[in-house]
Design a protein around this ligand. Structure first.
Ligand code: AHR
Length: 330
């Protein structure tokens, strides 16, 4: 009698375990994960590359925040190639990660792979850079900066600081990666801000691919072709830092003979600004990791999230850079 009762209890317990695991398996087949369950959440992240100081700080922020949040991070470096990002996203889908996040190297050409993720039931978060897909249901949210505003802030500073100029002010522009959201948007914002001042003229504009080497090489060409450059607007600090070498080699003094405006405010850029070699920086924050992990947990749990979340940013003059430098984290 006693033995029979124990057997019945064991059978009941086994049945409960089997039922629970089959329910969990059903959930996984839809979502590729374990929404709300006890398993470690898996986040597949496809990074643009390692083209700039900003990117390195962004990668560190994401890796540290994932470890802090107890999220298993599958990290892929696309080396600035869209085809590598598409491959990485397909791998994440195959591995049935719970959430996919990525910083798209360029804006267009994502619909097919995003549809594949959607069909697999894996939510996608865009970080840092946006895509131009008309179908907004292909991703859950965007977390990053207002790049148009950054370009506009750069242009507004220039308008204010050249107000007394009597003749033409010749500007050269080092664009970021061709087709990327920050290159498109910063160009647009800057052009809008200077539009009402016909003496401010962009005499040359070319991509330096967001790298120091690119910035240096393109600035050398600009200097050869345009003897009277007054201003350099670089879409990021790294290209501005590369351009410094070209400007000095051409016998001109950066920050004095040629005003230099950049975007990002990474440590090396801030140092150049504090030293008087740059004149103004509009900040773009790479510290997206903690917010990204919070969002990933929410979308995994099926919670509603805002369609767009913008980072809080500021601007720096030379004096402000001197004050901020000692506490700059990146
Ligand atoms: O997408 C953000 C931009 O990408 C940063 O401004 C730049 O430095 C980086 O490479």
């Amino acid at each position: 009698m006693r033995i029979r009762r124990t057997t019945r209890t064991l059978v009941a317990a086994l049945a409960t375990v089997l039922l629970a695991s089959s329910v969990a398996a059903c959930g996984n087949s839809d979502t590729g994960g374990d929404p709300g369950g006890d398993e470690t959440m898996t986040l597949g992240f496809s990074q643009v590359g390692a083209e700039s100081g900003w990117r390195t700080a962004n990668t560190t922020s994401i890796k540290e925040a994932a470890a802090e949040a107890g999220i298993e991070l599958k990290f892929d470096d696309a080396q600035q190639k869209q085809e590598n990002q598409i491959k990485a996203i397909r791998n994440f889908i195959q591995q049935k990660v719970d959430v996919i996040a990525f910083s798209p190297v360029v804006e267009s050409g994502w619909d097919t792979v995003l549809k594949e993720a959607k069909d697999a039931g894996i939510p996608v978060i865009l970080t840092d850079r946006a895509v131009d897909s008309a179908d907004k249901s292909l991703y859950k949210t965007f977390l990053g900066s207002d790049f148009v505003k950054e370009g506009r802030l750069a242009g507004e500073w220039l308008v204010q600081n050249t107000a007394s100029a009597t003749g033409p002010v010749n500007i050269v522009e080092l664009q970021g990666t061709t087709g990327s959201a920050p290159a498109n948007d910063r160009k647009k914002g800057f052009a809008e801000a200077i539009a009402a001042n016909p003496n401010l003229k962009i005499v040359a504009s070319q991509s330096g691919d967001f790298t120091r080497a690119g910035g240096k090489q393109v600035m050398e060409q600009f200097l050869k072709a345009n003897p009277d450059i007054d201003v350099l607007f670089a879409h990021n600090d790294d290209m501005g830092l590369g351009a410094l070498e070209a400007i000095t080699a051409a016998g001109r003094t950066p920050g004095k003979d040629i005003l230099i405006i950049t975007i990002d405010a990474v440590r090396d850029g801030m140092q150049a600004l504090a030293d008087g070699r740059f004149n103004f920086i509009a900040e773009c924050s790479p510290l997206l990791g903690p917010q990204l992990m919070e969002l990933a947990k929410k979308v995994h749990a099926g919670e509603e999230v805002p369609a767009r979340i913008e980072t809080q940013e500021t601007t720096f003059t030379q004096q402000q850079a001197k004050e901020a430098l000692p506490n700059r984290r990146y």
